[in-house]
Design a protein around this ligand. Structure first.
Ligand code: KG4
Ligand code: ZN
Length: 364
């Protein structure tokens, strides 16, 4: 309950609502007075503690984030109780920073929106209990948010995108293709049958000990693979994209991961090195892995676009594919998706990198 007491400490002082604050909560338009709605968004579903204040027109007034990546890189993956503890240590500061940056006092908020699912239960719990305490204290409405819906809709903050559009979410914890028909109207077209692509890239990077590579030591697994891949030759290894004959839009990365693992073991034998040392062929392996993942993602997405077009689920002339999630920042994967969207006369849109990964803005 430490976190709740801390929260109470910060927000219990009643803020003095002076004339300036009062006027600032109104937006003046010629001839009409318009009340500005301000929403505080809180995100703790995985390993980022994030908060933001957004107004009803989509202006981001303030945001703050604390990433746990560095800690989880050292332990070789996310340990849920560790993530929970780090969220507890940071949530109050992050919410306070977002509010301070936005120059909005807690009493001015119209509502508090928080991720309630999906995610790591222990991490979600920190954001939820913090928010419920705040909601109770400030007597504000609470808006429960579905993390994936928030990811899917984020593009509408930066681009004018009409419904319906297709969304591809690819990260360390997500892998899905969905048709977005409205704010809370989604048709799931495909998902990973096992692990997400970012999870696989993180596992391969760990197996290759890329954290010991001088150029990659502070990078996430996926970023390290992308970085090394630039120095490698993707044709030196021939991994086949999974599910080539599956007549659906699902994904799978576990089988490919297993094949790559076996191949790394064989290379270690050939090069006469121990597990934990860096292979001389690491860059070639990174390039081939990245390319195979890109091909798999692009092929499944191609099927989804064709399916939607055949059934008139997407606009024939101006269909939009939105790609988001940490893996969407990979330029080789984006290039593969661009080939698909060019061939199907679709527009490819990606939110800016800071909005692709987990953040408070998408929740607000
Ligand atoms: O969206 P995100 O920050 O968190 C969630 O997983 O929800 O995504 C993190 C994932 C990690 O698996 C990381 O390795 C991967 O995105 N990633 C990348 C790149 N940057 C981050 N994967 C491929 N290429 C990148 N440049
Ligand atoms: Zn996410």
């Amino acid at each position: 309950m430490l976190i709740l007491n801390k929260t109470a400490g910060v927000f219990s002082k009643p803020s003095k609502r002076n004339m300036y604050e009062f006027l600032r909560s109104f937006n003046f338009h010629p001839g009409k007075l318009f009340l500005h709605k301000l929403v505080l968004g809180i995100e703790t579903s995985c390993d980022d503690t994030a908060a933001a204040v957004v107004d009803e027109t989509g202006n981001v007034l303030g945001e703050a984030i604390h990433s746990q990546t560095e800690v989880h890189l050292k332990t070789g993956g996310i340990i849920p109780p560790v993530a929970q503890q780090l969220h507890r240590e940071n949530i109050q500061r992050i919410v306070q920073e977002a509010l301070s940056a936005s120059k909005v006092s807690p009493s001015e908020l119209s509502a508090i929106a928080t991720t309630i699912k999906p995610g790591l239960a222990l991490s979600l719990g920190v954001g939820l209990s913090f928010s419920l305490q705040l909601v109770d204290q400030l007597k504000k409405p609470f808006i429960p948010i579905h993390h994936m819906e928030a990811h899917a809709l984020t593009i509408r903050l930066t681009n004018k995108v009409e419904f319906p559009f297709l969304v591809l979410l690819i990260s360390g914890g997500h892998c899905l293709l969905a048709l977005v028909r409205g704010v809370s109207d989604f048709l799931l077209l495909g998902k990973s049958l096992d692990i997400a692509p970012g999870d696989m890239l993180d596992k391969v990077a760990r197996r290759l000990s890329l954290i010991k590579h001088p150029e990659c030591s502070t990078m996430s697994g996926g970023k390290a693979i992308e970085h090394l891949a630039k120095q490698g030759n993707k044709l030196h290894f021939d991994f086949k994209p999974p599910m080539q004959h599956a007549k659906n839009c699902d994904f799978s990365f576990s089988g490919l991961h297993h094949i790559i693992d076996k191949m790394i073991m064989q290379k270690e034998k050939e090069e006469g090195i121990e597990k934990g040392q860096i292979l001389s062929s690491a860059a070639d392996i990174a390039a081939a892995v990245q390319h195979t993942v890109a091909c798999h993602i692009a092929k499944r997405t191609h099927r989804a676009i064709l399916f939607c077009k055949q059934r008139d689920l997407l606009c024939q002339s101006n269909a939009v594919l939105v790609v988001s999630g940490g893996v969407a920042s990979n330029l080789h994967i984006r290039k593969a998706l661009e080939i698909v969207t060019d061939a199907t006369q679709c527009t490819l849109l990606c939110p800016p990198p800071r909005l692709c990964t987990d953040n408070g803005v998408m929740i607000a």
